[in-house]
Design a protein around this ligand. Structure first.
Ligand code: HEM
Length: 130
């Protein structure tokens, strides 16, 4: 039980870190942009923090699944789907490819923020379907 709680607290704390990183990095798509590329300031730091938080969320999430013997509520599947949306839209937003327009990057960021908000609402409300 204690292990379960610890993992859950780490999971939630890192999720908060991810939210902060997404918002902070989001500014690089609006301030000091270079053509179609985001502001290069602190790029390495953002990439590092984003990779770290994403990896930690997935690892702690999978550990939590094992500790719960995979007994999940239906809304959990919606959360995983939204996480995939979050993941892929962030890749779209920050890919180094110069053919991705700034407007497309900003759209990617907008989708990522909506997906993250939806995940947070899901984990807070824990809706029952049907
Ligand atoms: C940005 C993405 C995510 C956020 C913001 C997030 C947030 C949360 C929060 C706040 C809780 C606690 C809910 C509660 O019991 O009150 C939780 C639980 C959980 N999360 Fe996530 N999560 C994310 C991604 C993931 C992913 C990708 C997985 C699976 C690989 C996952 C697996 C789990 C599991 C299994 C629990 C239940 C833990 C338990 O009840 O002991 N989460 N998550």
């Amino acid at each position: 039980m204690e292990m379960q709680l610890t993992i859950k607290i780490v999971h939630m704390t890192i999720a908060l870190l991810l939210a902060v990183v997404i918002i902070a990095r989001g500014f690089t798509l609006f301030v000091g942009v270079q053509g179609n590329q985001p502001n290069p300031i602190a790029r390495k730091l953002f990439v590092m923090l984003q990779h770290l938080s994403m990896t930690m969320i997935i690892v702690t999430g999978i550990i939590a699944l094992f500790l719960k013997n995979f007994t999940v509520a239906p809304w959990f599947y919606a959360k995983i789907l939204l996480f995939v949306v979050l993941f892929s839209s962030l890749i779209k937003a920050y890919k180094k490819d110069d053919s991705i327009l700034l407007a497309q990057r900003r759209a990617g960021l907008a989708i990522a923020v909506v997906a993250l908000l939806a995940i947070m609402i899901l984990v807070l409300v824990k809706p029952t379907f049907g």
